[in-house]
Design a protein around this ligand. Structure first.
Ligand SMILES: [Zn+2]
Length: 65
Protein backbone atom coordinates (compact mmCIF):
# COMPACT_ATOMS: atom_id res chain seq x y z
CA UNK A 1 0.00 0.00 0.00
CA UNK A 2 1.11 3.53 -0.63
CA UNK A 3 1.29 6.24 1.94
CA UNK A 4 -1.90 7.20 3.67
CA UNK A 5 -3.52 10.33 2.32
CA UNK A 6 -6.45 12.28 3.62
CA UNK A 7 -9.64 12.35 1.66
CA UNK A 8 -8.78 9.67 -0.84
CA UNK A 9 -11.64 8.47 -2.95
CA UNK A 10 -11.78 4.73 -2.95
CA UNK A 11 -14.26 2.28 -4.31
CA UNK A 12 -15.53 0.09 -1.51
CA UNK A 13 -18.51 -2.07 -0.82
CA UNK A 14 -21.25 -0.23 1.03
CA UNK A 15 -23.58 -2.32 3.15
CA UNK A 16 -26.34 0.27 2.81
CA UNK A 17 -26.09 0.63 -0.95
CA UNK A 18 -25.37 -3.09 -1.27
CA UNK A 19 -22.81 -2.42 -3.98
CA UNK A 20 -19.45 -0.81 -4.49
CA UNK A 21 -19.56 2.95 -4.26
CA UNK A 22 -16.98 5.75 -4.07
CA UNK A 23 -15.89 6.34 -0.50
CA UNK A 24 -14.06 9.22 1.09
CA UNK A 25 -11.49 7.46 3.24
CA UNK A 26 -9.48 9.10 5.99
CA UNK A 27 -7.74 8.19 9.20
CA UNK A 28 -8.99 9.72 12.39
CA UNK A 29 -7.60 9.59 15.90
CA UNK A 30 -10.48 9.19 18.29
CA UNK A 31 -9.93 10.12 21.89
CA UNK A 32 -11.97 7.97 24.20
CA UNK A 33 -11.59 10.19 27.21
CA UNK A 34 -14.66 8.79 28.90
CA UNK A 35 -12.83 5.58 29.69
CA UNK A 36 -10.75 5.71 32.81
CA UNK A 37 -9.27 2.27 32.34
CA UNK A 38 -7.06 1.16 29.48
CA UNK A 39 -5.34 4.49 29.21
CA UNK A 40 -3.03 3.07 26.59
CA UNK A 41 -6.03 2.68 24.33
CA UNK A 42 -7.27 6.19 24.92
CA UNK A 43 -6.27 7.35 21.46
CA UNK A 44 -7.23 4.93 18.76
CA UNK A 45 -6.56 5.41 15.08
CA UNK A 46 -9.70 4.67 13.14
CA UNK A 47 -10.09 4.28 9.46
CA UNK A 48 -13.20 6.19 8.53
CA UNK A 49 -14.81 5.62 5.17
CA UNK A 50 -17.82 7.64 4.11
CA UNK A 51 -20.01 6.47 1.30
CA UNK A 52 -20.35 9.28 -1.21
CA UNK A 53 -23.73 7.96 -2.32
CA UNK A 54 -25.67 7.47 0.90
CA UNK A 55 -23.38 9.10 3.45
CA UNK A 56 -22.94 6.05 5.63
CA UNK A 57 -19.69 6.17 7.58
CA UNK A 58 -17.81 3.07 8.59
CA UNK A 59 -15.29 3.25 11.40
CA UNK A 60 -12.68 0.53 11.53
CA UNK A 61 -10.17 0.34 14.35
CA UNK A 62 -6.80 0.06 12.70
CA UNK A 63 -4.58 -1.44 15.38
CA UNK A 64 -6.91 -4.23 16.38
CA UNK A 65 -7.74 -6.24 13.31
ZN1 LIG B 1 -23.73 3.79 0.49
Amino acid sequence: MAATNDGVDMSEACSSCDRETPHDVRVQIQTESSKRENAEFSREPYRVSECQVCGTTTHTRMNNA
